[in-house]
Design a protein. Structure first.
Length: 221
């Protein structure tokens, strides 16, 4: 038996795929913004030089990075309703999980970016009477974000790929849309194949744009 792609249609796209694609994009954007915000806080805690701040942040980052994402997704999905006494739904569980999990990875990116700024610039800010917070906000972080931009975007692409794991808790993402369509039309193999092609096209296109941006930044420097 060969592959049969005759079930491809506009209805397939509008009824099944676009809804899942919209959720995958929304989850990626929210998790990226939330992960960068929380990751920045964790990175500053680790670089603060105060053990009571650095140790909890280090434990959180190392702990999250040592556990598979799908396991964390299942933990949040099963444990949060148990702790608060009511279900928050697969979508909200996915959002909370991805922000908490990706923050550990964004934290390491932020920490490396901050440490890439020459120490002399920090000392110059201190000589001008700037506080630690002012130094970070006005001198270090703006330059660090520029240095980290290609890596942050690359991590965002990986995050988009990882959104397919929310299928494990029943959230309706891009992969779920293809799987649902495959079951209804009786073509599960073709549906999985199309899902792989769509993920490849999206991620490869975004990776190409990131490489061009990285080359452009390198030329400017």
């Amino acid at each position: 038996m060969g592959l049969d792609l005759s079930f491809l249609s506009w209805d397939l796209l509008t009824k099944f795929i676009l809804k899942g694609f919209a959720f995958s994009v929304q989850l990626t954007v929210v998790a990226t913004l939330g992960g960068i915000a929380l990751g920045t806080v964790l990175a500053l805690m680790r670089l603060s030089g105060r053990k009571w701040l650095a140790l909890p942040a280090t434990a959180y980052v190392n702990g999250m990075r040592s556990v598979p994402l799908v396991m964390v997704i299942l933990w949040f999905f099963l444990l949060i309703p148990f702790l608060i006494g009511k279900s928050i739904g697969a979508e909200w569980s996915a959002v909370i999980t991805f922000i908490a999990f990706e923050a550990a990875y964004f934290s390491e990116i932020m920490r490396a970016g901050i440490q890439s700024i020459p120490r002399g610039q920090v000392m110059a800010g201190q000589a001008l009477g700037m506080t630690y917070a002012q130094n970070m906000r006005l001198i270090v972080l703006p330059q660090a974000f520029r240095n980290m931009l290609p890596v942050l975007l690359t991590q965002t692409i990986i995050l988009f790929q990882d959104t397919s794991l929310v299928y494990a808790i029943g959230a309706y993402d891009l992969l779920k849309g293809f799987v649902t369509a495959g079951k209804i039309y009786g073509r599960p193999e073709e549906a999985y194949l199309l899902a792989a092609v769509v993920y490849f096209i999206i991620c490869f296109s975004l990776s190409t744009l990131v490489r061009r941006l990285q080359a452009k930044i390198a030329i400017i420097r």
